[in-house]
Design a protein around this ligand. Structure first.
Ligand code: FAD
Length: 472
């Protein structure tokens, strides 16, 4: 008897692909649909960038360590796969910006570096007086002309001036995108800031109007929980929990999709094992570099992504006895401005931010190296990376010992850069796919958001599109 089931293949087993596979299989089960879903992952393990090392009582994240709680899809998925009791919030300690050898507390009430309260911006030593006066220009400068897109740098420099951008906004944004703000797209990253400017005529006024005022904690009030969620057993365990919910035999690891060609009734996927998979519909969740040559007869569709850069970074986690940190700083970490003579771009005092990460009596520091245009450090040998990271750290804190152990993870070309025009390129790709490769969808960090919740949202959107395409 002919197999009447519709077949969906998901390419890539990072969080986007896992989400798509999980919700598709769940929907098919709940609605008794004749649907077969396979997930094909090139490496030996699923999870993509979600990787955790559990060692000597430490829970060390190699890649992402958490996600924003207010973007609800990630917490919901974690609870669905049985990790509700493993969800933890970060401790909401002070954070700092390192500018030319000095750690400055983040001005109170600033959101992504934009003031929502005036007092802390006047008193901070992070900016000179001329820098502060220039930032006040935001109240009188007219909104920029209506534009399809512009760089984050152009937008913020115009509204708040170079100094606020270089000493605060750039280090914060770089912390998220490891990018060059003078190339990154405003509309693909923070379109809300453009809309606030257009509506209120001033970014600061717009932020003040749309942000609830901070409450001063009352005496004896419980400590406010942080805005991020982590998983106490590590983010890799979230990927594994999703995998455990997938149907037996539906995950193919150590199998790369090399090529996809249109066939009589759908698509044929040529695999690195020499096998071919048939599909009626496909979700491609691998990074855009993998997609460029995957559809050889339709490469022109990916033209807009050929020059899309991805930055290389490395995370460097160092475990110490607590007693090695001589001058403790009250806070959970800092980002580093580009105008400082440092190799590290950020440091989290992980033992203070995430209690679950570190056993009693120990300290865990996690630093980042590498940023757009300055990535050579990532290719250095481990010993050299450790040396320069320790040199940098010792300029800010008194560390009286060598680390007990270090976990270095190189992420080569793995932070996709949404440069100006990115949204238009994504829309053009979607239109092209619909016209030439119906039933094929792109999702994941190269396309419509690189935070974990954004990737989960894209996986869920792809599920809806597939169900509609297959008339279910
Ligand atoms: P990936 O995780 O890259 O998964 C893609 C998968 O596709 C991989 O497993 C790969 O092996 C596979 N693949 C590739 N080619 C093929 C092929 N031809 N055939 C089959 N499979 C293929 N986000 C946050 O929200 N919070 C954070 O704290 C945070 N920190 C980060 C820190 C670092 C160092 C990095 C690198 C990223 C961080 N991010 C963070 C971003 C977030 O981790 C990623 O954007 C997200 O995990 C990407 O998921 P994905 O499924 O789109 O892609």
């Amino acid at each position: 008897m002919a197999d009447t089931k519709k077949k969906v293949v998901i390419i890539g087993g990072g969080i986007t692909g896992l989400t798509a596979a999980y919700y598709l299989q769940k929907h098919a089960r709940d609605h008794k649909l004749p649907l077969e879903v396979k997930l094909v992952e090139a490496s030996r393990r699923i999870g993509g960038k979600m990787q955790t090392v559990v060692k000597d009582g430490f829970v060390i994240e190699r890649g992402p360590d958490s996600f924003l709680e207010r973007k609800e899809s990630a917490g919901r998925l974690a609870r669905e796969v049985g990790l509700g009791d493993k969800i933890v919030n970060n401790s909401s300690g002070k954070s700092y910006v390192l500018v030319r050898d000095r750690l400055h507390p983040m001005p109170g009430g600033s959101i992504m570096g934009i003031p929502t309260e005036i007092g802390p911006f006047i008193t901070t030593k992070l900016f000179s007086w001329p820098g502060k006066f220039r930032a006040a220009g935001d109240f009188i400068l007219p909104p920029s002309e209506k534009k399809e897109d512009q760089t984050l740098g152009t937008f913020f420099r115009r509204r708040l001036g170079d100094e606020v951008v270089e000493n605060l906004i750039e280090p914060l944004l770089s912390g998220i995108y490891a990018g060059d703000i003078d190339r990154l797209s405003l509309m693909a990253t923070f379109p809300q800031f453009y809309h606030l400017e257009q509506k209120y005529g001033s970014l600061v006024r717009g932020m003040k109007k749309t942000t609830p005022p901070r409450k001063a904690p009352g005496a004896g009030a419980p400590k406010k929980k942080g805005i991020f969620i982590g998983i106490s057993t590590g983010l890799q365990s979230m990927a594994e929990a999703i995998e455990a919910k997938l149907e037996d035999g539906s995950v193919m690891k150590s199998t790369r999709v090399d090529k996809v060609v249109k066939s009589e009734n759908g698509y044929a996927l040529k695999l690195s094992t020499g096998d071919t998979l048939e599909a009626d519909s496909i979700v491609m969740t691998a990074p855009h570099e993998a997609a460029l040559h995957m559809f050889p007869e339709h490469e022109h569709l990916f033209e807009g992504f050929k020059n899309m850069p991805s930055t290389s970074v490395a995370t460097v986690s160092m475990a110490f006895p607590e007693s090695a940190i001589k001058e403790d700083i009250d806070g959970t970490g800092f980002v580093v401005s580009r105008n400082s003579d440092y190799v590290i771009t950020a440091c989290t005092w992980t033992h203070k931010k995430w209690a679950h990460s570190t056993p009693k009596g120990k300290a865990l520091l996690r630093c980042y190296v590498g940023r757009a245009g300055d990535e050579a450090i990532v290719d250095q040998p481990d010993a050299e990376i450790v040396k320069v990271v320790l040199e940098d750290l010792r300029k800010t804190m008194n560390i009286a010992a060598e680390p007990e152990f270090t976990v270095i993870t190189r992420w080569k070309e793995s932070m996709p850069q949404y440069t100006v025009g990115h949204k238009q390129r994504v829309e053009a790709l979607k239109d092209g796919l619909q016209a030439e490769l119906p039933g094929v969808y792109m999702a994941g960090s190269s396309f419509e958001g690189l935070g974990i919740p954004d990737c989960i949202d894209q996986g869920e959107t792809a599920v809806k599109k597939i169900l509609s395409y297959l008339n279910f």
